[in-house]
Each structure stands twice: as structure tokens, then as C-alpha cells.
Ligand binder design. Structure first.
Ligand SMILES: Cc1cc2nc3c(=O)[nH]c(=O)nc-3n(C[C@H](O)[C@H](O)[C@H](O)COP(=O)(O)O)c2cc1C
Length: 405
């Protein structure tokens, strides 16, 4: 037993130093956040259930999404020690231009539903941090308004091939005129995925005040107050639409699209063209042959085909096959900087994230997105240092292995 004594006041003082509590409620909420998983927990509390589920959920039994997460969980890093890692640089190039990290904020539809600050908030964070952001065709901010909100951001525009080709072309022209850097053509949506959570929650666009949502509103007053006291929630690029997400998607997506349409888009857009939603080596090579400058190995975050190939597992073979003919990105289930590092080591030039920044948005608007970005970048840096690597370009396949299932 150690001998007891009375502490001196000078010894107690440092122990009693109170933590500074931020004045603004959002900052207070975010102050205790240490990971994207924390942001997700906050998001779940802040947003109505149908909104959280629309973001968090995936198609069918959600196996694609779960497997994407599990694949990252199976990653085992192989570190090298006694390397000088006093200066770690997480920057890279994406589409030949500098990016602060191998991270891109991917396109997500209906972003103002998660928080009314919406796409402009995401774009401003991307601009501040120095990473690209892709605005979705299903965005709730127009191509032009987003350009005005974040004029110096690396803005990409994500295009869905519509049944109405003239309307698709109109987007391409508008994106070019508004100074967008790249076009991202999403090709994994011939028909809408079957999002069971949305069906069960009766999610409509815009969200309607049924008896149930009204009761929900009492649990999430801040979200509803925000919704009804700001600009109405609409698809900025589409005419007003009242219906479910699935109905809208079914009306728009063109199940008859083929590689010939990709060639047509290629001829209509002179800038970099990214094709998103490729899942096999054969398709990756075909779209690169058709003129893609980059491919995203993606199953749409598990929101389209359930039981689709797991992106992290499909990535190395695609990267090998494509070689230096095009850049290869990956997405699906990335929730931490070590996921980003694992994906880059496995062959990706960059990683797209969707939910990671949307959880931040739901948790605290623009400041929540900023928090998500800071967490991801700090984790990338920390993981590189612990791996004994000082630059993203020094990551190699043998820095990671996948443990068996
Ligand atoms: C709420 C939500 C909406 C999305 N909307 C689109 C979209 O409009 N266009 C698109 O190409 N991908 C869309 N995606 C897919 C993302 O671009 C990306 O592929 C996916 O989110 C990656 O998985 P992660 O969310 O686990 O990071 C959406 C994803 C989410 C979560």
C-alpha cells in the first residue's frame, strides 16, 4: 500500500482545469467527435429516420455494402519501421492536377435533404481542403449555383444518361459553361436499385408531412425547422417532381444505354471523362478503350446491384489491366483514413467518399463536413506515418494484405 498524503493545491490545479465549452450548439456537438463513426451516430440523432435511412441504407439485403465494409475490416497493414516519417505529405494528383489528399467527395443526390446547407456546404469544404467534389445530376443545387458558391473548388459534374438525350447534352453544355473540370458518367444505374428502407419509410420527394413524419418531426425539430424556413427542397436540375425516389429514377434512367452512348458523350465533352460504376476488368478496359480518362471501381455504395463485386477486392485486377492508360479510383464503404490508405495501396489513385461526408453534413452542416474531411486527412497522415511511408506515391501493394474471411 502506498503511503497517503494530502495533495497540495498546486498539484490539484492542473487536474481541475475545465475544458472550454464551445458556445455554438453545433460546435459543442462536434467537439466530442473523434471519428466518422461518431459523426454517423450524431447524424442518426439529428435527421429524421427516413432521411438517415436514405443515406445510410443500400439495396436489397444490403450485402454489397456490408461486404465493402467487411473487406476494409479484413485489411492488415504491413508496416516498415525506423523510417524517417517526421514529414508526411498526403497530397497527390488526381486527373493530373494537385489534390490535397487521394480523396474525392463523390456525387450524392438530394443532398439538401440531409441538411439544408446541402451541396454548397460540401463544395466549400472541398474548396477549402483542396479536393475535388462531384455534383450529382440528382443534386438539389443547380450547376450554376454550385459554381457560384465554390468558384475555386475542383468541381466535377456527375451525369446520368437520361432517356431524353437532349436533356443529357444540355447538362454537359451547362457544366462546361460553368467551368466544371470533369464529367463523371455513372453507368451502374440502368434501373433503380431496390432500396427497401425507403419503401418501408415511404420516402417521398420532397418529404411530406404525414401523420408519421409529423410525429417524427417532434423528435427532430431542428431538421424540420430548417427545412420549412429555407428554400424549398427540389431537384435543381429537374422540373418539380412529386413522387418517390424510385419513381423518379425509373423515369429518368435509360435502361437502353450502351457503349455507343459513352462514345457519344466522349465526343460531346472535351475535358476529362470519369466513368463511375465499373465492376469488372472487361468493362474497365472497354470504357477506357471508349475514351474514359478514369474509371471508378464502384457498386454505388451498395445502392444498386446487391451481391455485386466488392470494390476493394475487384480493384487490384482492374488497376493492373488499365495500367497507365487511365486513372483508377474506388469507392464504397470508406469511412476512415486508413480505408483510404488501404485502397491506394491496393491500386487506387484516389478514393471517392459519399456517406462519410453526408454523416458530417447531417451531424452539423458545413462544419460537420469540414470535421469529416479533417478526420479523414488526419487519419491518412497518421496511417502513412505508422506504415513508415512519407508520401502517397510510396504506397505499394505489399503494404496491405487481406486476412481471410
Ligand atoms: C445518399 C446517397 C446518394 C447518392 N447519389 C448518387 C448520385 O446521384 N449519383 C451517383 O453517381 N452516385 C450516387 N451515390 C453513390 C456515391 O457517389 C458513391 O458511389 C457511394 O456513396 C460510395 O459509397 P460510400 O457512401 O460508402 O462512400 C449516392 C450515395 C449515397 C449514399
Amino acid at each position: 500500500m502506498p503511503a497517503r498524503r494530502w495533495p497540495r493545491p498546486s498539484e490539484l490545479q492542473p487536474l481541475l482545469r475545465p475544458r472550454r465549452v464551445p458556445l455554438k450548439p453545433t460546435d459543442r456537438r462536434l467537439a466530442g467527435v473523434a471519428s466518422v463513426a461518431d459523426l454517423r451516430r450524431l447524424a442518426r440523432r439529428r435527421a429524421p429516420r427516413a432521411v438517415f435511412d436514405y443515406t445510410d441504407g443500400a439495396a436489397g439485403e444490403e450485402l454489397s455494402l456490408r461486404r465493402s465494409r467487411q473487406a476494409f475490416g479484413r485489411v492488415e497493414f504491413v508496416p516498415t519501421v525506423l523510417r524517417d516519417v517526421s514529414a508526411v505529405d498526403v497530397s497527390t494528383t488526381v486527373l493530373g492536377r494537385p489534390a490535397a489528399a487521394p480523396v474525392v467527395f463523390g456525387p450524392t443526390g438530394f443532398t439538401r435533404m440531409m441538411h439544408t446547407e446541402g451541396e454548397p456546404a460540401v463544395a466549400r469544404v472541398a474548396e477549402r481542403v483542396g479536393i475535388p467534389y462531384a455534383l450529382s445530376t440528382m443534386g438539389t443545387t443547380s450547376i450554376e449555383a454550385l459554381a457560384a458558391a465554390a468558384p475555386r473548388a475542383r468541381r466535377w459534374f456527375q451525369l446520368y444518361l437520361w432517356r431524353d438525350r437532349a436533356a443529357s447534352l444540355d447538362f454537359v453544355v451547362r457544366a462546361k459553361e460553368a467551368g466544371y473540370e470533369a464529367l463523371v458518367l455513372t453507368v451502374d444505374t440502368p434501373v433503380p436499385g431496390s432500396r427497401l428502407r425507403d419503401v418501408r419509410n415511404g420516402l417521398t420527394i420532397p418529404p411530406t408531412l404525414s401523420l408519421r413524419t409529423f410525429a417524427e418531426g417532434a423528435l427532430h425539430p431542428g431538421w424540420w425547422f430548417d427545412l420549412v424556413t429555407t428554400e424549398p427542397l427540389e431537384f435543381a436540375s429537374l422540373n418539380r417532381f412529386d413522387g418517390t425516389v424510385a419513381e423518379l429514377a425509373a423515369r429518368m434512367f435509360d435502361p437502353a444505354a450502351t457503349l455507343a452512348d459513352l462514345a457519344w458523350i466522349r465526343s460531346a465533352w472535351e475535358g476529362p471523362l470519369v466513368v463511375k460504376g465499373v465492376q469488372t476488368v472487361t468493362d474497365a478496359c472497354a470504357v477506357v478503350d471508349a475514351g474514359a480518362d478514369a474509371v471508378v471501381v464502384s457498386n454505388h455504395g451498395g445502392r444498386q446491384l446487391d451481391r455485386a463485386p466488392t470494390p476493394l477486392e475487384a480493384l487490384p485486377a482492374v488497376a493492373d489491366a488499365v495500367g497507365d492508360r487511365a486513372e483508377v479510383y474506388v469507392d464504397g464503404g470508406v469511412l476512415s483514413g486508413s480505408d483510404v490508405v488501404a485502397a491506394v495501396a491496393a491500386g487506387a489513385r484516389a478514393v471517392l467518399v459519399g456517406r462519410a461526408y453526408l454523416y458530417g453534413l447531417m451531424a452539423g452542416g458545413e462544419r460537420g463536413v469540414q470535421k469529416a474531411a479533417e478526420i479523414l486527412l488526419q487519419e491518412v497522415s497518421g496511417t502513412l506515418a505508422l506504415l513508415g511511408v512519407t508520401r502517397v506515391s510510396d504506397l505499394r501493394r505489399d503494404h496491405v494484405r487481406l486476412r481471410p474471411d
